[in-house]
Design a protein around this ligand. Structure first.
Ligand SMILES: [Zn+2]
Length: 422
């Protein structure tokens, strides 16, 4: 199929990313939370761009903005392509937005050339992925996947406003939230282009990669209790120092992850009590976050870790309690879609880099509805969730080119799904 060159128009994508970056609750750095006036403004902007690209636009009941580009036949099942328009606090301008802006550019390119695919394309700007306002992630994509938990409508933000009231203030009806769900028979797959948010592509000197899986994660809270004592009077051999036990535990956490491929673990929070210069730490509470591309690896790592922590606690005369506070299984990207992304990357004689995603993405929620595939784009220094997030113009163009090539050559797993529905 004839390719147009998106690189010639990448400046358009850049100026759109810049425009979205100005729609912010904070002055320095980008902050755009769910159902705020900035969310409204972003949806309006993106909706205008979608219309310009030849799409019919609507906002669904959870606040996702969706543009539909019909296929050769009206009402054909749709290839969904999307990412999120909300941000963390003090975000960069690519996380989420890059996937929406590039998808619109690809559809615009098809529209300019008068190309209609056998399937429809729906570009989705998800309303909330980061979960900043109501401390619950994937709100937009879960609504579309039909897995939105209605009890969340009673969740409250910092100002004590419920999600239901925030939806009403935004002009939506919380009782209609079910209508955002799509039927599996109306979709043929999901693509998401996203900033990598890590250093792998940069270290391999490739602009674009294909995601194999979105990592599963376990989060735990560990409490070690020893005995607080006078820092001057208790000899070293007589101590039950909870912090030294915690320090050894943190090294054990590092080791169980480091010996496994695509497994990462972090002790990101540690609270020492009583926390005084002249007192031996009596108790320590710390977090463990462990992720892996395959669930079996994460489970094995934890099975190795548990007795190890118990042994450390025992050796140092501390008691140990461990509580699991979060558990999410990994989501595999569909091999049949990943294969098409790999073919698109290889067209340019580029090396095909396959990598798992350690971060969560809307694709993980959409996987409950349909098969998913993800394209990663290189970012400078692997920096993300930070105003310094940066992607070069040529890498944006390279990512968009791969996405367009995947769309133009997209083969549904079951071609018959594009036949007339009865
Ligand atoms: Zn993101």
């Amino acid at each position: 199929m004839n390719m147009s060159s998106l690189s010639t128009i990448s400046t358009g994508m850049l100026s759109r990313l810049d425009a979205l970056a100005t729609v912010s609750e904070s002055r320095n750095g980008l902050t755009r939370r769910y159902l705020t006036s900035q969310h409204r403004e972003a949806n309006d902007l993106v909706g205008d761009w979608m219309r310009e690209a030849g799409m019919r636009v609507h906002e669904d009941a959870v606040g996702n903005i969706i543009g539909r580009y019909e296929g050769a036949r009206e009402d054909a099942a749709a290839l969904l392509i999307g990412s999120h328009l909300d941000t963390v606090v003090m975000a960069g301008k690519y996380d989420g937005m890059l996937g929406v802006v590039t998808a619109i550019e690809c559809v615009h390119d098809l529209h300019r050339r008068g190309i209609r695919m056998p399937f429809a394309i729906e570009v989705v700007g998800f309303a909330d992925e980061e979960g900043v306002r109501f401390q619950s992630t994937y709100l937009g994509s879960r609504a579309i996947a039909g897995t939105f938990r209605k009890e969340l409508l009673e969740a409250r933000d910092m100002d004590d406003m419920t999600m239901a009231d925030a939806l009403r203030a935004f002009g939506l009806d919380p009782d209609q939230i079910d209508t955002a769900a799509k039927r599996p028979e109306d979709v043929i797959g999901y693509l998401e282009l996203h900033i990598e948010q890590g250093p792998v592509l940069e270290s391999m000197d490739e602009p674009v990669g294909v995601v194999t899986a979105i990592a599963g994660a376990t989060r735990r809270v560990v409490i070690l209790s020893g005995v607080a004592g006078h820092a001057g009077t208790v000899p070293m051999g007589h101590r039950q120092d909870a912090l030294l036990a915690a320090a050894e535990c943190a090294l054990a956490v590092e080791e169980v992850a480091a010996k496994r491929t695509h497994c990462v673990a972090t002790v990101g929070r540690m609270e020492v009590a009583p926390g005084a210069t002249n007192v031996i730490p009596g108790s320590v509470t710390f977090s463990i976050d462990i992720r892996a591309d395959e669930d079996v690896k994460r489970i094995e790592a934890l099975a190795e870790l548990d007795p190890w922590l118990a042994k450390i606690a025992d050796k140092r005369g501390c008691t140990l309690t461990v509580e699991t506070v979060h558990e999410a299984n990994s989501v595999a990207c569909a091999p049949w879609i990943a294969g098409q992304i790999e073919a698109a990357i290889a067209t340019n004689e580029s090396r095909v880099v396959r990598l798992p995603s350690g971060a969560g993405h809307d694709a993980a929620a959409i996987a409950d509805l349909t098969d998913v595939g993800m394209i990663f784009v290189r970012c400078a220094g692997g920096i993300s969730h930070n105003p310094d997030e940066f992607i070069t113009e040529s890498d944006i163009a390279a990512g968009a080119e791969v996405l367009l090539r995947v769309i133009e050559n997209f083969q549904p797993e079951d071609g018959s799904c594009l036949m007339d529905k009865t």
